[in-house]
Design a binder for this molecule. Structure first.
Ligand code: DGT
Ligand code: MG
Length: 392
């Protein structure tokens, strides 16, 4: 058997963090169906199955050519029986019955629509589905008790279900920059998430904030949020405090919880120009930092038409101490599968525990310091992969 040209160009590296995965690739016709099955498994809370489909899709994204026949896949890792069956069917018939029936199933569509509401997770969506709700409009009409994030999610659902463009992300970036400089001059703001990986659109905009002087960043988030609120730039916000303490972690509890930074889940009110292009209203308003009264977060009235002229955009802000910045940057750039694979590589191949805060070497019993992503890849014995090639 002559080695297929597709395979000979790809070595059989089985962790996504060992490979370069660009945003644009040649096998969307296979990866989209596999990722749909992954999403369906997530909605059914079957994580193992979901990850298997995501890994299968990810390996196909690294191939330099479109797959034409099953022989093209010989020697490739990460392709389980189920994924191979789906691929085979698509190569032979142009589509997979399982994928298409899932795509059109009432449960999949409803679960997708319900979890598409900001603040609604799989468990809530599943309960609502069993109670007969199918879409955001059903929820709005129902007597369901909603928490404040769900109320905001429903109220702004139309805007939040639209993609955020790169121009909008940049406009939000200017607002965040302005807000942060007002309350802590010298702080650094970095665009993270999908936009850092080169995506042209996103479901939200993610920023990492730090200050070169360790400790200066403490308590920053409430001040930023207050400034944004006095400028009337926030429609919703929920801030969680930093609860990560390295000294308390120790070897017994490796730093694997990823949600311990000071973090703000928010919905920004982004002005649009008449041209339709987003721009920052903060540029036009001279603010008095800390002066006014922030609008209290909490229940808002249920759906009403929003006035034209602005768009609701989901924004995630994360504050990291300078000493953890490299880990935070790596941990928040994604993709989610790439992150997962990095942690799996660290644990299985290196006996290390990686989080967005630190890297702990379990064999040596110590933390490994790093201030850049490059150093972390190097600690992990991996070739450096730039953000644009982390689109696994
Ligand atoms: P999208 O959908 O266009 O916003 O795509 P991403 O890749 O920006 O996805 P997003 O915004 O959900 O998350 C950005 C990255 O941040 C993700 O790849 C991993 C990380 N991340 C997301 N949620 C959490 C979290 O709760 N904790 C931690 N530590 N990281 C998270
Ligand atoms: Mg994002």
């Amino acid at each position: 058997h002559t080695p297929s040209p597709v395979i000979s160009a790809v070595s059989a590296k089985s962790y996504a963090c060992q490979r370069r995965t660009p945003l644009k690739h040649h096998n969307l016709f296979l990866t989209e169906p596999l990722e749909l099955l992954a999403e369906n498994a997530e909605l059914g809370e079957n994580e193992g199955r979901s990850v298997a489909f995501r890994r299968a899709a990810a390996i196909l994204k690294t191939l330099p050519l479109a797959v034409k026949r099953m022989e093209d896949l010989q020697g490739l890792p990460c392709l389980g029986d189920h994924s191979l069956r789906v691929v085979k069917e698509i190569l032979e018939y142009g589509s997979s019955q399982e994928v298409e029936s899932t795509r059109h199933s009432e449960q999949f569509q409803a679960m997708k629509a319900l979890t598409g509401i900001f603040g609604v997770g799989v468990k809530t969506a599943d309960r609502w589905f069993r109670e007969g709700l199918r879409c955001p409009a059903d929820v709005a009409k129902s007597e369901q008790r909603l928490n404040s994030s769900q109320q905001a999610g429903l109220l702004h659902h139309e805007d939040l279900s639209q993609h955020v463009s790169r121009a909008e992300a940049d406009a939000i970036g200017q607002i965040v920059e302005r807000a942060v400089q007002e309350v802590l001059p010298g702080a650094h703001i970095t665009l993270i998430g999908g936009f850092r990986r080169g995506k042209e659109t996103g479901h939200d905009v993610d920023f990492l904030i730090t200050h070169p002087e360790e400790g200066k960043e403490e308590g920053l988030m409430p001040k930023v949020v207050q400034w944004l609120e006095t400028q009337d730039l926030l429609l919703y916000q929920k801030t969680t405090r930093n609860s990560y303490l390295e000294s308390k972690e120790g070897p017994a509890r490796p730093p694997n919880n990823m949600d311990r930074f000071e973090r703000c889940f928010s919905i920004f009110k982004l002005e649009r120009r008449a041209s339709g292009e987003a721009h920052s209203s903060a540029q036009a308003t001279e603010g008095e930092p800390g002066g006014g009264e922030g609008r209290a977060p909490g229940p808002e009235p249920l759906p009403q038409r929003r006035p034209a002229g602005w768009k609701a955009v989901r924004v995630d802000l994360v504050v990291s101490p300078f000493s953890q910045f490299g880990f935070a940057l790596l941990g928040w750039t994604g993709s989610k599968l790439f992150e997962r694979e990095l942690r799996r590589w660290a644990g299985r191949e290196k006996n290390m525990s990686l989080s967005s805060h630190a890297l702990y070497d379990n064999s040596k019993g110590c933390y490994l310091r790093a201030s850049t992503e490059e150093e972390i890849f190097s600690h992990l014995g991996l070739d450096y992969i730039p953000p644009c090639d982390r689109n696994a």
